[in-house]
Design a protein around this ligand. Structure first.
Ligand SMILES: NC(=O)c1ccc[n+]([C@@H]2O[C@H](COP(=O)([O-])OP(=O)(O)OC[C@H]3O[C@@H](n4cnc5c(N)ncnc54)[C@H](O)[C@@H]3O)[C@@H](O)[C@H]2O)c1
Ligand SMILES: [Zn+2]
Length: 661
């Protein structure tokens, strides 16, 4: 085979994967496979230097700059890291740098390699000035507003910080938050995110910082960059950054020899599974800045640092069978049953497969030996076939619902198959009732998933409105139920009648109507009758409601069965209109008159006004001598500003306002 062709082919292929990974945040191959391709290319280029190309992906940092944000040129370039996978690689690296330095007394800082998206944040005079993504290393996206929503990033520093510097770190999504986001997506019948890293990186690129604020992102910092820093080593700089108020994980260690480094690695190779976020290796850095300067950089990475990548958590095992689960929206999810195997500290028996496309893409057969990898998800995933056995058989995707036998449907452009037997299919009925009673919906105490299934099997409930007809006598005879638990349940159901309309609307389980959408719709339409009569055009005019949600709302109300259920719920006293809430949260602002002006970061203007009123204050429409405070956001009108100054009325920011509460 023509070597040059092979090199070019690999370059194109890797560029495409870089694009999928960094721009779309949707990799189509595992990091393990990606790294193998990159390694192959590096080796070929080393072997055949005549085909050198400065545009090769081996010479460049993988990311890109997008058009959605302002582009900022990094004052100091942001590099990637060279990778190593074995002890030998590390000793080779040490030899190489000692050759350049001339066998000096080296120290290393060992740090964990956090798996997220890199960020560089500039501070001037102790104030957060700007946050920029790595981009292509030379320039990145200005994502300051998004970054400011992350609570652990200080806006104002404390202690003895340098006048101007950049601090670099990783924006990560802790595993718990990731799982929660995915559970909400699955509940809504949508496709879950593939892993925390890509979700963190995607979150940074959202246009609406209010959406970013909802995501439980965090930022772990690891490098201070600037002139005249008050420290001479990496380890000291981490300690100083901590005293300035930054979140710098405490795990870093100083090592005097490569063997100390190896101890650190083998400790964290196991211990990392107990961390609340993902790490994919250890970063080893020459500790002394003086030596770092002497070593300098290659085209892509510092010579004074190297990443040691943990072995991908991967095992092979047999794919025994496929089970199909039916969700409350009727969506079918295939799940792989595996020969039990030990992986990352747990026994793995099942792996998620998402949908039919994925089975096809992986070309899975029952009986195959498959690679199983554990990423951010609780359930591990199959990433490919290791070996086809002679008795392996192709997977025939089901055509009928495994529970009710109804023929499955698949809408054009959708990945998931659905069971359309909405009213008769048991897991859908039970799923809808479980959703209805869940904590964020009707919050009915004393009723769990198993009890719902029992109630359904005993013909006591056919839909969630039947819950309100239950009596203690109905419940006591059920398995594991006693007088006391039956009473609790009935009390819980009774109490749910005072749950506010927005939660009731969420509880109904309309596809794509999650918590936030339900809130928006409740606020806009005020009651269910107005909502049920809305047209698609009207619906899509509501903030954040798109055609897909509108369509789903229309479908829901076009169904007489749903209308019947709603009128039953109404007759039982469930809330179907917004109650104007006059109850006060506090009296802290009693007697104070506020004027709100400008655009805010944390709150909408309406939210601010509501906060003022619910804490006993009043909102004035224009500034007068009676005004006590002006809460000012960005772009406050100059006339208002002048008036406030004339009358010496204090102008406060939204943060200062918060501190009044
Ligand atoms: N699956 C795919 O299609 C695909 C495509 C492209 C890249 N990738 C994966 O992306 C990775 C390459 O990405 P990369 O260029 O961001 O490099 P990298 O993630 O391998 O290493 C460099 C980055 O590590 C981060 N980092 C975390 N902790 C650090 C610490 N303590 N000190 C210093 N830096 C730290 C920094 O952000 C730095 O930029 C590889 O793992 C590769 O497998 C996968
Ligand atoms: Zn069914």
């Amino acid at each position: 085979m023509d070597i040059q062709k092979k090199i070019e082919h690999l370059r194109t292929e890797i560029e495409q994967h870089n694009y999928n990974y960094y721009v779309l945040d949707m990799p189509t191959i595992s990091d393990f496979e990606f790294d193998a391709k990159l390694k192959e290319l590096i080796e070929l280029e080393n072997q055949y230097p005549e085909f050198f190309d400065e545009n090769s992906p081996t010479q460049r940092v993988g990311g890109v700059v997008t058009k959605n944000f302002e582009t900022v040129v990094h004052e100091k370039r942001m590099y990637s890291l060279d990778n190593s996978y074995s002890k030998d690689d590390l000793f080779d690296w040490e030899n190489k740098i000692q050759k350049i330095l001339g066998n000096v007394p080296l120290q290393y800082t060992c740090e964990l390699k956090y798996d997220g998206a890199s960020i560089s944040i500039t501070y001037i005079n102790g104030k957060l000035y700007r946050a920029v993504t790595r981009g292509d290393g030379f320039q990145g996206d200005d994502v300051t507003t998004n970054i400011k929503t992350i609570k652990s990033i200080p806006l104002q520093l404390k202690g003895n910080f340098p006048e101007k510097f950049e601090i670099r770190g990783e924006i990560i999504l802790p595993l718990k938050g990731f799982e929660k986001m995915n559970k909400e997506l699955i509940d809504l019948g949508e496709i879950p995110y593939s892993n925390p890293r890509n979700t963190a990186s995607g979150s940074l690129k959202l246009q609406d910082s209010k959406e970013v604020a909802k995501r439980p992102l965090d930022c772990l910092l690891y490098t201070v960059v600037g002139e005249n820093l008050p420290c001479t080593t990496q380890f000291e700089s981490l300690e100083s950054a901590r005293t300035w108020g930054f979140k710098v994980p405490e795990f870093s260690k100083l090592a005097n020899t490569m063997n100390d480094v190896l101890d650190f690695i083998s400790y964290w190779d196991k211990e990392r599974h107990n961390l609340p976020y993902e790490t994919d290796g250890v970063v080893i850095k020459v500790n002394q800045f003086l030596y770092q300067q002497e070593l300098g950089y290659t085209a892509k990475s510092p010579r004074w640092a190297i990443a040691y990548k943990f072995k991908a958590e991967q095992v092979t095992t047999t794919l025994n069978s496929i089970a199909y689960q039916v969700g409350r929206t009727g969506a079918i999810t295939p799940v792989a049953n595996l020969e039990p195997v030990q992986l990352a500290g747990t026994i793995v028996k099942r792996a998620s497969l998402h949908n039919a496309d994925q089975i096809e893409k992986l070309n899975l057969h029952i009986g195959d030996e498959v690679f199983v990898e554990k990423g951010g998800e609780i359930i591990p995933k199959i990433i490919g076939v290791a070996k086809r056995n002679s008795n392996s058989e192709p997977i025939v995707y089901i055509t009928n619902c495994p529970d009710c036998g109804h023929k499955l449907e698949r809408k054009e452009g959708e990945a998931q198959h659905y069971c359309p037997n909405y009213y008769e299919c048991p897991p859908q009925i039970i799923g809808r009732i479980e959703h209805f009673i869940s904590r964020k919906a009707m919050n009915i105490d004393g009723l769990g998933g198993e009890t719902v299934a029992l109630l359904y099997k005993n013909n006591l409930v056919k839909d969630y409105s039947d819950l309100y007809t239950l009596t203690i006598q109905d419940i006591v005879p059920l398995e594991r139920m006693a007088q006391k638990s039956a009473e609790n349940l009935i009390n819980g159901i009774e109490a749910s009648k005072s749950i506010p309309f927005e939660k009731v609307l969420f509880a109904l389980g309309i596809r794509y109507v999650g918590e936030t959408v339900a809130k928006k719709l409740a606020k806009h339409y005020k009651n269910i009758d107005a909502l049920s009569q809305a047209t698609e055009e009207e619906l899509t005019k509501v903030d954040e409601i798109g055609a897909r949600i509108a369509q789903s709302v229309l479908e829901f109300f076009a169904n007489t069965h749903n209308i019947d259920i709603i009128s039953k719920l109404k007759s039982f006293g469930v809330q179907f209109e917004v109650k104007e809430d006059n109850s006060l949260i506090s009296n802290k602002l009693y007697g104070k008159i506020f004027v709100v002006s400008g655009v805010f970061e944390k709150f909408s203007r309406d939210e601010l006004k509501q906060l003022i009123e619910s804490n006993g204050g009043k909102v004035g429409s224009s500034i007068s001598a009676k005004t006590n405070y002006v809460v000012a956001g960005e772009n406050m009108g100059p006339a208002k500003l002048e008036k406030a100054n004339q009358l010496s009325i204090p102008i406060i920011s939204e943060t200062e306002f918060e501190s009044l509460l």
